[in-house]
Design a protein around this ligand. Structure first.
Ligand code: GLC
Length: 735
């Protein structure tokens, strides 16, 4: 039993002697001690929201409320108690870190840890206990509005990058909350999509990152999603929450519903959810008692009192909430985190520079020191992109625009003028956070005049840098608003063509969180896939454009030529078929395990740029690999040389091809491992990549278990999924 220090009665004996729980005991003892002291009402009260982003504690026991905050790219500004609007604080402007798609494009897990640690420090400093991040959903359709919050189209890359992010966050006694669990791969009809997917695809493609986040990352929280699976909303889904997450993976943390993801009391209580948030999420209904009407509030309490629900199940929910509080705000730690410090901006800038992907370069980049005047064209050169896009929108302390970043970098060396070129979206206000680009984006010219002005100016420049793309407006990389097409909006494609006519020294910088069609690719001398890079956006881009940073990003997704080529073409596959007399859409993942490059490679469909692709300002050579078996993993070793004239980083990628099995769908190849290596000019190093034997397994639906087919496995080694010059093979004989 924990010795509990009680304050002696003071003056007239108070109604209750305050209880001071012992901070120093092992956490499970603390959980049991607190649980044993809680009343039924106190137990129920900690299982649902008390405000927009908090759930109650137990004041009598000195247990504080639990505070959640969005991510995944920064700590969301404080909102009002009962609604989404920004509360107007003057001390909550955060560091905006790059979008997670950029982090994936670095292919450097060490940076993911730095990212998580930095954002976790900001959460701790702001008094937030649960960071609602990372998002680890697979990029199944390039139209999904939230892909910029995720880590691409490959489960292994997503897993390897998510785990250190989680560890970094939690090193600050802040819970990472894996989301959106699971199969939330589109925003259109996100509350009504009932996903039909094979168990193979479920276990091989859509669950691995969540499993890795729990089993390897030790995530303390998981957020079930809005969509349905097997006709049950994920927040009310016993197979997802109880069978797979808690029983099979041994998850001991707390499941936090997506905001408004709980719909039916019977199903919520049957589904295994622990903490209900956001029901009545519009906040307008949240009057004095609205939170008590939540499914896990008074309705639950009544069922407990009349014996329809077991207190043992209740206690498991409460233990998980208490464990989360004792791991976070009541952890025996005095680290108070850091907020908008130089180190955080340095992390943001480095990740941005490492995540930018150079897709084409005829020598225009890095910017030659002979260039004296540059014309930058495009609204995204000046537009604040930290605002908008849905719940990941931020109130950033600062945001360096591409125009400002390049001007700063080339000050005294070259002039950088700007032309808007097109009208995208006006200045943005989101949750009453106003963008500061109002002055630049107020406009009197029409589109034709904007194009004419840009083309005229382009003819006089040494170099033209177009900075466009998407912008987190509705349908342009935005939560709850999928894209409507693969191409660039606002007339950008025609504008790029006109600029190319006016000046062949044209660099196109596409800022997006999704692949975009690039019919103009042969008109550009250089193409840069840029991302939503947050506070240091302009500095990261300028670092790459000027050569201060040698680009080493590799695509975390495929860039297809057109939607018809993608694995989700066809109504059944996306957006699904509306059920008669119902608001539900049945969406069928008929492509099964063939997501992303797995589809294009297996079906031999040409693409604009392949998964894992990226160029730099130097060149590399990859030698012949060797492969040895070392217990439960294979060890692949390969020499990598920097054959160019400046230092840089190469990402060696290994893809495995499995033996055919009659009647079993096989991908042509899948990512089995990778390693990023930094090399000086002329340097050669041997890279070691350990590949767990379990990577060879497929999910056998006939036995509902993982199986490895005995036979020959070929490992292809190279610098992208489409450039694999070397092969090495191993036979697996069943052990
Ligand atoms: C949103 C999002 C989720 C976010 C939550 C709180 O609807 O789906 O990612 O964390 O609600 O804002």
């Amino acid at each position: 039993m924990i010795a509990v220090s009680c304050v002696a009665a003071f003056g007239a004996a108070s109604q209750e002697t305050p209880v001071y729980l012992d901070y120093t005991a092992p956490i499970e003892e603390r959980v049991e001690d607190a649980l044993s002291r809680m009343t039924l009402e106190e137990k129920v009260r900690v299982l649902h929201a008390q405000s927009k982003f908090s759930s109650a504690g137990v004041p009598r026991l000195g247990i504080p409320e639990l505070w959640c905050a969005d991510g995944p790219h920064g700590i969301r500004g404080e909102v009002f108690w009962d609604n989404w609007d920004n509360a107007g604080w003057t001390n909550d402007s955060c560091t905006a870190f790059p979008a997670l798609t950029c982090l994936a494009a670095t292919w450097r897990p060490e940076l993911a840890y730095e990212y998580g640690r930095a954002i976790g420090e900001e959460a701790r400093y702001r008094g937030k206990d649960v960071l609602l991040a990372p998002g680890v959903n697979m990029l199944r359709t390039p139209l999904n509005g939230r892909n910029f919050e995720y880590l691409g189209e490959d489960p292994l890359l997503t897993s390897v990058m998510a785990v250190p992010y989680i560890k970094g966050v939690q090193s600050n006694n802040v819970a990472a909350c894996l989301k959106h669990y699971a199969l939330n791969n589109n925003e259109l009809n996100r509350n009504e999509s009932d996903v039909h997917v094979s168990d193979r695809a479920l276990y091989e493609i859509y669950l691995p990152a969540f499993r890795a986040g729990v089993e390897k990352g030790g995530a303390w929280a998981v957020m079930p999603s809005y969509n349905l699976f097997e006709n049950r909303h994920a927040c009310e889904n016993p197979r997802l929450i109880k069978e797979i997450l808690k029983e099979s993976w041994g998850f001991d943390g707390v499941t936090v519903s997506d905001w408004g993801g709980a719909h039916d009391t019977d199903k919520v209580l049957d589904g295994g959810l622990d903490l209900e948030m956001g029901t009545g999420t519009d906040g307008l209904t949240a009057d004095m008692n609205a939170y008590d009407t939540y499914h896990m509030a008074n309705p639950y309490l009544e069922r407990l009192r009349d014996g329809r629900e077991s207190e043992a199940v209740l206690d498991d929910h409460v233990r998980r909430v208490l464990r989360t509080i004792f791991r976070t705000s009541m952890a025996p730690s005095y680290w108070k985190g850091r907020f908008t410090c130089p180190e955080h901006y340095a992390v943001a800038r480095r990740i941005g520079g490492e995540g930018i992907v150079l897709l084409k370069n005829n020598g225009l980049l890095p910017v030659s020191d002979k260039v004296r005047n540059i014309l930058m064209v495009g609204e995204n050169a000046v537009k604040m992109l930290t605002i908008g896009g849905g719940s990941s929108s931020l109130k950033a302390q600062h945001e360096i625009s591409p125009l400002q970043g390049l001007r700063d970098a080339l000050r005294g060396r070259a002039e950088v003028d700007w032309e808007r070129g097109y009208i995208g979206a006006g200045p943005v206000v989101y949750n009453n956070v106003r963008s500061r680009d109002f002055a630049l984006l107020s406009e009197t010219r029409d589109s034709a005049m904007l194009v004419a002005d840009a083309v005229r100016m382009a003819g006089n420049a040494d170099l033209v840098i177009f900075v466009g793309g998407l912008n987190k407006e509705d349908h342009q990389d935005c939560e709850d608003r999928d894209r409507l097409s693969l191409g660039l909006p606002y007339g950008q494609e025609a504008l790029i063509g006109a600029l190319a006519e006016a000046n062949r020294n044209l660099v196109v910088v596409n800022i997006s969180g999704n692949p975009v069609a690039m019919p103009w690719a042969d008109k550009a001398g250089a193409i840069v896939q840029d991302w939503y890079l947050g506070s240091e956006a302009g500095n990261s881009l300028a670092d790459v454009l000027t050569g201060a940073v040698n680009p080493s990003g590799r695509l975390p997704f495929t860039v297809p030529y057109r939607m018809e080529d993608t694995p989700v073409w066809g109504e059944r596959r996306y957006p699904g078929i509306k059920r008669p007399d119902s608001r539900i859409y049945d969406i069928y993942y008929d492509e099964d395990i063939l997501i992303g490059y797995r589809w294009y490679d297996t079906k031999s469909i040409p693409v604009q740029f392949p998964f894992g692709y990226g160029l730099g300002y130097t060149t590399f050579g990859i030698g012949r690999p060797s492969l040895t078996r070392d217990g439960d993993s294979y060890r692949l070793e390969v020499a990598v040389s920097n054959t160019g004239d400046r230092s840089g980083a190469e990402t060696v990628q290994v893809y495995v091809t499995s033996p055919e099995v009659k009647g079993l769908l096989r991908e042509k190849r899948k990512l089995a491992g990778f390693a990023k290596v930094d090399l000086d000019a002329g340097e050669t190093r041997t890279v070691t990549i350990d590949i767990p034997v379990s990577v060879l397994a497929y999910y056998d639906e006939t036995t509902s278990s993982w199986r490895i087919t005995p036979g020959k496995y070929t490992f292809a080694v190279g610098s992208s999924s489409a450039d694999l010059p070397h092969r090495v093979a191993a036979r697996y004989e069943g052990n």
